[in-house]
Design a protein around this ligand. Structure first.
Ligand SMILES: Cc1cc2nc3c(=O)[nH]c(=O)nc-3n(C[C@H](O)[C@H](O)[C@H](O)COP(=O)(O)OP(=O)(O)OC[C@H]3O[C@@H](n4cnc5c(N)ncnc54)[C@H](O)[C@@H]3O)c2cc1C
Length: 458
């Protein structure tokens, strides 16, 4: 495994000799309500889709159309991504968008602004305000600094440090992130972003270094004081059991007032996912704290030991939907309403069927007068806007004002921030990921063009 950045690892295991750039943000699978809706081709559904897009600003609409055209053209995509990759990997000042004004003038408005929150407090505030005006309940903001790549074997050889500068930089970045979010928003944290020595402790299943513990305490206390929340990303299996252990320690400490200040990420593609949930429920019940779960399918299928992952996509889908349903209905095998701990569920993903199933179940339970576990939904900025807008429309339908109706879905957007240079690798991954959803994008671009024509009065 190579450590590449605050948020990203290049994983290079002995069983998978080909190094693969994998992060949860780099996954190529991406679906939408357009592509998966049973009558996606129908004019009626297209019209519905289009009407949901009224929330998107004209600038964003134009950028969606432009990028959609690039991603769906094999020629433009090939050269566009080659240029972005060259810039991301170059050390030359001429190819540094933070130093070269011309380059920056091209990349920033066309690509960076589509996928990233901003480079400074003012820009980020503008993005967050825009999303909140659109109707999003909140955001998940992630600091995008990268750390240099290094091979997995080298991790074991690292000497301990009394004061680890990587942890300091990581802590400062996360504290700055907290400065920019509001009550109800999340700060997204990746433990491996704290540097190679933290990655080494994770891989060797050690306790966190005291410096990291102090940093996490400061972050959590600050988040609690300002009413924000913290979610901890899930990573590769070489780290994940220890990430879970460290996160449970934090939930035990900070999730004691009936709310999940800290959430753990559960990867449903793992065969062990259900038994992990069972252990978590047992611990949360026995120790009386709130279990915060961000449910994802999992992003590391390309580099992970494949035997740990469900054999088929259908099994992963079943596991994801089953866990969501059991947590919502408080009916996990071995648990009943009497011994079910407080659970807060965050469904992170772009799979419209899963979103629809979970939301329909949640609404049905409320209608029956039951009290399901609270649920939130999240998609990445610049991606799956059609799904996000459809969820927002459901919210409006449920009661115009999100706060006024418990059945209105709480929808969040998740995004990175940092200088254009710091976010370049993230942008390359976004581009690659979107291209793989090219067929879906074609139909989305069509709907967006219609919306544009409507605005122009044609
Ligand atoms: C807001 C947000 C936060 C996220 N945070 C994390 C995180 O912390 N950690 C993390 O790992 N991921 C994270 N992800 C990524 C997530 O795990 C998925 O990779 C991504 O969302 C695509 O899956 P999907 O649920 O959107 O749906 P789909 O596109 O329907 O599902 C694709 C997923 O299905 C699974 N899959 C595909 N093929 C197979 C197969 N043959 N056999 C078994 N399973 C298969 C894989 O997990 C693949 O990613 C996050 C995603 C979002 C939107």
């Amino acid at each position: 495994m190579n450590i590449t950045k605050h948020n990203h690892f290049v994983y290079k295991s002995t069983s998978h000799p080909r190094p693969t750039l994998v992060t949860w943000q780099s996954l190529r699978h991406h679906s939408s309500l357009v592509s998966r809706h049973p009558d996606a081709s129908s004019e009626h559904h297209q019209k519905q889709q289009q009407s949901h897009l009224h929330r998107i600003s004209t600038v964003n609409l134009l950028r969606n159309i432009f990028l959609g055209k690039v991603f769906t053209s094999p020629f433009l995509f090939k050269y566009g991504v080659a240029c972005l990759s060259k810039i991301a990997n170059s050390r030359s000042a001429i190819l540094d968008p933070d130093k070269n004004a011309l380059l920056r003038a091209l990349i920033k408005p066309m690509v960076y602004d589509h996928f990233c929150a901003g480079t400074n407090k003012l820009e980020i505030k503008k993005t967050l305000d825009y999303l909140k005006i659109m109707g999003f309940k909140g955001v998940i903001l992630i600091y995008s600094r990268e750390i240099p790549a290094m091979p997995v074997e080298a991790l074991n050889e690292l000497e301990p440090l009394t004061q680890d500068e990587d942890i300091d930089i990581w802590r400062d970045g996360n504290v700055k992130t907290l400065d920019m979010v509001e009550p109800g928003d999340y700060v997204g944290i990746k433990f491996t972003g704290a540097g190679p020595r933290v990655a080494q402790a994770l891989a060797q299943d050690r306790d966190p270094p005291q410096q990291l513990l102090d940093a996490m305490s400061a972050i959590c206390e600050r988040a609690a004081a300002q009413g924000s929340r913290v979610w901890i990303d899930a990573e590769q299996q070489v780290f994940q059991p220890t990430i879970d252990r460290w996160t449970v320690d934090m939930m035990r400490r900070f999730n004691t007032n009936g709310q999940a200040l800290v959430s753990l990420t559960l990867q449903a593609y793992l065969k062990s996912a259900r038994s992990t949930v069972k252990n978590l429920l047992q611990q949360a019940h026995a120790e009386n704290w709130t279990l915060g779960i961000k449910l994802v399918r999992g992003a590391y299928i390309g580099s992970e030991n494949r035997t740990l992952i469900h054999d088929t996509k259908i099994q992963t889908d079943g596991c994801y939907d089953g866990i969501a349903a059991d947590l919502l209905t408080k009916s996990f095998p071995g648990f009943g309403k009497q011994n079910f701990p407080n659970v807060e569920l965050f469904l992170a993903g772009h799979n419209s069927e899963s979103i629809r199933k979970a939301y329909t179940l949640y609404k049905g339970l409320l209608q029956k007068g039951e009290t399901p576990s609270p649920i939130k939904f999240g998609q990445l900025l610049g991606m799956a806007d059609d799904i996000s807008c459809e969820l927002l429309a459901m919210g409006e339908k449920a009661g115009q004002q999100v706060e006024k109706d418990a059945s209105a879905p709480m929808v969040y957007k998740c995004m990175n921030w940092g200088s254009v240079r710091e976010c370049m690798h993230y942008l390359v991954r976004r581009a690659t990921e979107n291209q793989s959803a090219a067929s879906r994008m074609e139909s989305t671009v069509g709907v967006m063009q219609k919306e544009l024509r409507r605005r122009m009065g044609f």
